[in-house]
Design a protein around this ligand. Structure first.
Ligand code: MN
Length: 445
């Protein structure tokens, strides 16, 4: 059976000890998020909070705090994840429209009060209020009808009113600009609680409908059903759907919200959502992503960008072995390993990596004997294979993310570090102790 809904995924995770049900009562204000973060820091399981104070709806989080759980979500071995996503990007499968589905178990058109209905957490102490953080926003290009899936932080501002962070460079931002100049609202649907393939596809940026990417990852078309009050289709198995419109010309301050950088993000001029309907499954499960968590970075900056990074680097340096955007570096670092055959190859890889996404700020290139997933190994390479005057390159005044506190309104310096050993006569054979991989300490101590 393919993983076609959140509930089934949770069941699989629980069977493997990757999800634990929390029975103890927790407050949706700070406590839920802090417990979730603690579980991440201690390399613990995803958590399903069954007893959130004041609510009967459970809350699930930390689903993607570990790459292992993402691999399980799209039914692939950990080492095959990057290839699977890369292949899916090139082989999209169109979604299928059907007549109904569990998401229509309840249809609420009047007296909507989001905070009364769902346990929307206040995640971090300086957050501006409750935020919907794992809501996948579905929108349509008003000119072509192409659907788009994207994450946006959404602040609850009233019973049926949300702030939405919608930068103009986002696809949804483009759609909004196109209708706004005509004085019209942009219709959207916010999907909370989806199967893993759709959540992953929503994090990616492709030039076609991301439901087609989700279909490719699941190897079956996503089934969609029409919304009640907007011209949008949503997955039939979504736990909760919030339908709404983004009215033209309205701009308000929104935030702060704990961002992936590890700092708070806020904006003075962002649009709002006027909610027009809510539909949900019977006994829905609310899904949240803790702001400034590992899951936040992994979903937004790692699995969504590594396939592009790999493609770009592989294109210019076929000798590339592996690429990684480590989640502990806010998505700003890229680490590349290669079998260097020419002294200039590492710098060539640095150029390619820096162009793969504006967020890539520091690139480190190592030889294939270095494990790019182990920070200790990478630091060792920087320590023993770098001469700063030859191996470090700095590109001033490039384009970067505004959320990087060190940038000047998105203008940032980029750094490349060639931590590969030089190909000259010097001996760079790394010490490897006798049969180290075979030794089992239990046999000795
Ligand atoms: Mn997109």
């Amino acid at each position: 059976m393919p993983i076609n809904e959140l509930r089934y995924f949770l069941k699989l995770l629980e069977e493997r000890g990757e999800l634990v049900k929390v029975k103890r009562s927790v407050s949706p204000k700070f406590e839920l998020s802090s417990v979730a973060r603690k579980s991440e820091i201690e390399d613990g399981p995803a958590l399903l909070f069954k007893n959130v104070e004041g609510y009967s709806t459970p809350v699930v989080t930390n689903l993607f705090s570990k790459i292992d759980r993402i691999a399980l979500g799209i039914e692939v071995k950990k080492g095959q994840l990057l290839q699977k996503i890369t292949k899916a990007i090139d082989n999209p499968i169109k979604p299928k429209i059907v007549d109904g589905g569990p998401v229509k178990d309840a249809v609420v058109l009047e007296n909507i009060n989001l905070l009364k209905m769902f346990p929307i957490p206040i995640h971090a102490e300086k957050d501006g209020g409750p935020f919907i953080s794992a809501g996948v926003v579905i929108g349509k290009d008003p000119e072509t009808g192409r659907r788009n899936l994207s994450y946006h932080r959404m602040q609850v501002k009233g019973p049926a009113r949300l702030g939405i962070h919608n930068d103009p460079w986002r696809h949804l931002g483009e759609f909004y600009r196109k209708v706004e100049v005509k004085g019209k609202p942009l219709e959207i649907a916010i999907c909370i609680g989806l199967d893993p393939a759709i959540e992953l596809a929503a994090a990616a940026r492709v030039l076609y409908d991301e439901f087609e990417l989700a279909g490719a990852m699941k190897e079956m078309p996503v089934e969609l059903v029409k919304c009640e009050t907007v011209d949008i289709e949503v997955p039939t198995n979504t736990e909760i759907v919030i339908e709404g419109k983004i009215p033209p010309t309205v701009r308000e301050p929104e935030g702060p919200f704990a961002e992936y950088t590890g700092y708070y993000g806020m904006d003075e001029f962002q649009p709002v959502v006027e909610v027009t309907a809510v539909t949900h499954r019977e006994e829905p499960i609310y899904r949240t992503i803790v702001g400034a968590s590992m899951e936040h970075v992994i979903l937004g900056n790692v699995v969504s960008r590594e396939p592009v990074l790999y493609k770009f680097v592989k294109h210019v340096v076929p000798e590339v072995k592996a690429v990684h955007i480590p989640p502990y570096s806010a998505g700003f670092h890229a680490i590349i390993s290669m079998k260097k055959e020419n002294e200039g190859m590492a710098k060539q890889a640095i150029f390619a990596a820096l162009t793969s996404h504006i967020n890539i700020k520091h690139v480190i290139v190592v030889d294939e004997d270095v494990d790019i997933f182990d920070p200790k190994d990478v630091f060792w390479a920087i320590a023993t294979r770098v001469q700063g005057d030859k191996d470090v390159m700095i590109v001033p005044g490039a384009f970067g993310p505004k959320l990087d506190r060190t940038s000047e309104e998105g203008v940032t310096a980029k750094i490349g570090i060639d931590a590969t050993a030089s190909l000259d006569r010097k001996e760079f054979t790394r010490v490897k102790h006798w049969k180290i991989d075979k030794i089992n300490l239990k046999d000795y101590i």
